[in-house]
Ligand binder design. Sequence first.
Ligand code: MEZ
Length: 595
Amino acid sequence: MKYLKSIMLMAGMLFLLLPADPVPAATGDPGAGDRASLADLHKSNQVGCADCHGKAKKIVVDDSEKGVNKRCVDCHGTLSQLSANASGHINPHGSHLGEINCTTCHRGHEASTAYCNGCHAFTMPMAGGGAVTKRGAPRKPAKQRVETCDVVVIGAGAAGMTAAITAHDAGARVILLEKQPITGGNSMLAAGGMNAADTRFQKEKGITDSVELMYEDTMKGGKNINDPALVRILAKNSASSVDWLTSIGADISDVGRMAGASANRTHRPTGGAAVGAHIVNVLRKNAEDRKIEVRVNSKVVRILEDKKGRVTGVVVEGKHSGRYTIRSKAVVLTAGGFSANPDKVAYYRPELKGMTTSNQPGATGDGVEIGDKAGAVLMDMKEIQIHPTVAAGSRILITEAVRGNGAILVNHEGKRFVNELTTRDKASEAILAQTGKSAFMVFDEGVRKSLKQIDGYFHLDLVKEGDTPEALARVLGMPAESLTATIDTYNKAVDAKNDAEFKRADMPRPLRTPKYYAIAIKPGVHYTMGGLKINTDAQVIAKSGSPMPGFYAAGEVTGGVHGANRLGGNSISETITFGRIAGANAAKMMKTAKK
Ligand code: MEZ
């Protein structure tokens, strides 16, 4: 075994530690460098079938893929161990995705592909990145099986994990299903923060805010077509959701500002790090500590109902296990939106055809479809949010928090053209009206130092720089005198606390500290405000107008909270608040059914 381990470690160096370059690949073919399958590579290093699958196939490859993953980790180490030993600029084993299954990217008998290239475009030669051996044929679906539990949760983003933890803590036996190979959903990518009013962290910092103000900002941002009752719940429960997250181990003590907000109320980790990866990792750990059953690679294809219209479970399509049924007392749908489904986006909004998205590849709207088929009302489906600042030519969101902390938007002529903190719809519209339908986010070292997550954009080589505004203008190919004058006028507005040109209300710092930086940005599809109609108990509303017994929903799969335009920072807030409500009410169904 010692000999085997050293061979596997050598092989590991070969196929797990290949460096990655942040060069956008035109074809996105990270496996071009190596066409052998992983099984073949193992075999050529005297590592046989039994080493991964066990003697007489004792290691079952089920949907969790935990058995085979344990074998990878036994031989190659954990992702953090691998990343600690790696060299190279981009380190795929040390990403914001956390300790995910090795099989998320590496596959034995089919083409291995880097999961991160669902959003990024790294050129990463990857062993096993192309071949399919004859053993790679799809397995026969398992015999139909039926399982039972109290609460099924569909979709393991922040809303789903929160609902699962809450239902579990109320005594329910929960199964959390996720169609992607990893948990986290879009929440994992959330950057800016979580909105909440009247919190202890605001009070500590002397920030004046109120539930009423958060309610008013959210309604105004949503053009008043939001469901006011849902917005009240969002605002009223936001501080207790911050407390809940803090109580389970999250750090969201830093408070900043997002566009459309009248106060600093966006909560994020110390130093202004990205909120999503942090919260998701805290939720994952809490689910794991509670031994909640989380099944990845498990797509729900149907929601089951009895003759009275009570929701009674789901039909699941497991990647390895095939189709099976779970009967439950309640189902919570938290499967997210459809921004990463270009056909669906274009169906509702033809003018958005071909626009990039900031979303992870799983955001394809299956949740909305299965909810619709089960008889739920769909609302506001045409309300699709464009985020003004996605890095040009990529799917990387440049968080609104950079503008919140002081960055300005400048066009190709070197001029400001909009209040950078106006709502997303207005900022996007203004950018699309500029030359090249794009612009630059411009900031200085002061802004950079104020927000940890900006370092990530440098890491991804998205930032251009110059020692002076003139030098930066030259790098960007714009008139130097124009950018210099723009920055100078803006700094005077900051000093005078009066932005006469664009009426920007919050200008936290001038741009006077070299170096000067710019990121090229374009608007991209970011969030789908429409979805299943719910009430304040997170119950899904049927086409008849009544709540559907046993059926709850939370997060982006629902409609109503954000109206025609979501305010930045309200999504994570919604996932936690409505995830908690849905989980608690779903667990009550268990007690009702027991009586
Ligand atoms: O809530 C969001 O979508 C958000 C805060 C995005 C961002 O710009 O960071």
